[in-house]
Ligand binder design. Structure first.
Ligand SMILES: *Cc1c(COP(=O)(O)O)cnc(C)c1O
Ligand code: SF4
Length: 379
């Protein structure tokens, strides 16, 4: 999955019996070449309280705060297409992580616009139930009526369904989910499945049934991956199977511009074709899914389709999420480009210089003194 020049560098080191130190130095250089922090996740989305950077929080879209629990920053899987891969190397001194649930609560109190908290990682489900309970209980006890949804992003259903069936604290975990739902919050498991085969075991079916019995919703998402699921039939089967098991298809993502993107990525045009062929072959119940979507620096951009306007062939796009909430759901146009595979590859249509959102790209400063979603922010 490495590019040829990177591969040759490592191969020649190995052939010449290079020392571990030499190898690790070159490997780290290669990692830095692979755009370890796409969409400016490091600089742009980290809020502060009184000058203290809350490195465990990302708040990019108004309604939803991402939370990176300190002990949830590893993963059951180490997917070679992971966009959080730098966290699993020794490259990153800086990791999204923070232990203090108090700071999280303080931040939520100061941001009544937040309806959703999304626990992410790594995979928060690598944590023991008692650690997860620390955070969930803190949210329940804090009495924050504006926080309606507790979401947990996880690969565990596909990779370690025993987390919900046989692990020693599996039953405690289910009771915790049930308690959170009964407290009036809606818990949603944002489950990562790449292929229908991951839904084929008796264990995953059992795990899904147990989770649903707690009142928790399961919403599913996956990137579109060359060599893995670049076929509409695979998506059709996957969405149908998910619906059959009571899950709600949610997102199809484009492979992000990091790591081995060159190996896994699929051009936007082909991705749109795969999406629409799968989408049109499932019933409306499964058409809750949205995509294909690029999680880029300005927001989540969906490829709605290809069209021609005044003789010019264009991509029709829209923001599903925007750094500026006013951008959401406005159709916009890019020159058609059969090879483009990411937002950065696209040029505005109709000879325009900028996309509409580029002119007023806001400088985001998530300090509490300077609240972010102010009038100035929009103008
Ligand atoms: C995807 C994402 C979210 C969640 O967006 P939804 O559309 O509400 O699922 C929140 N924050 C960031 C930074 C994201 O990339
Ligand atoms: S499951 Fe998600 S976080 Fe874990 S390695 Fe795969 S892509 Fe990365």
């Amino acid at each position: 999955m490495l590019k040829e020049n990177h591969y040759q560098k490592v191969a020649s080191l190995l052939k010449n019996n290079a020392s571990a130190d030499e190898i690790s130095k070159i490997v780290n250089d290669i990692r830095l070449d692979l755009n370890p922090h796409p969409a400016g996740q490091l600089e742009k989305n980290v809020p502060q309280i009184d000058g203290v950077k809350l490195t465990g929080i990302q708040h990019k879209y108004k309604e939803t705060m991402l939370f990176f629990p300190k002990n949830g920053q590893t993963c059951h899987a180490y997917c070679t297409f992971c966009f959080r891969w730098p966290q699993f190397t020794n490259l990153d001194v800086y990791k999204f992580a923070m232990r203090e649930s108090e700071l999280m609560i303080q931040y939520l109190r100061l941001h009544p616009e937040i309806t959703d908290i999304l626990f992410t990682g790594g995979d928060p489900m690598v944590m023991r139930t008692k650690n997860i309970a620390n955070y969930i209980d803190a949210i329940i006890d804090a009495d924050l009526p504006h926080v309606q949804n507790i979401r947990i992003g996880t690969k565990s259903l596909a990779y370690w369904p025993y987390r919900f069936t046989k692990d020693k604290d599996a039953d405690d975990l289910l009771r915790l989910l049930e308690k959170a739902n009964k407290s009036g919050k809606q818990v949603a498991l944002m489950a990562h499945f790449n292929h229908p085969n991951e839904l084929d075991t008796a264990e995953v079916e059992k795990a899904i049934a147990r989770i649903r019995a707690t009142g928790t919703q399961i919403r599913t998402q996956s990137p579109l991956l060359r060599h893995i699921n670049d076929d509409p039939k695979v998506w059709q089967a996957m969405w149908n199977k998910q619906v059959k098991l009571g899950c709600i298809p949610y997102y199809m993502f484009m492979v992000r511009d990091t790591g081995a993107q060159h190996y896994f990525s699929i051009p936007l045009y082909e991705a749109w074709n795969i999406f629409r062929q799968a989408y049109r072959s499932v019933s409306g119940i499964a058409r809750t899914v949205r995509g294909p979507s690029m999680s880029a620096s300005p927001g989540k951009v969906q490829i709605l389709g290809v069209s021609a306007i005044n003789g010019e062939k264009v991509f029709v796009l829209r923001f599903l999420q925007g750094r500026n909430p006013e951008w959401v759901h406005l159709p916009f146009f890019a020159k058609f480009d059969k090879k483009a595979s990411w937002l950065d590859d696209l040029k505005p249509a109709f000879g325009q210089e900028n996309f509409f959102y580029e002119k007023k790209y806001p400088k985001v400063d998530h300090t509490l003194k300077e609240m972010i979603y102010t009038k100035e922010f929009y103008n």
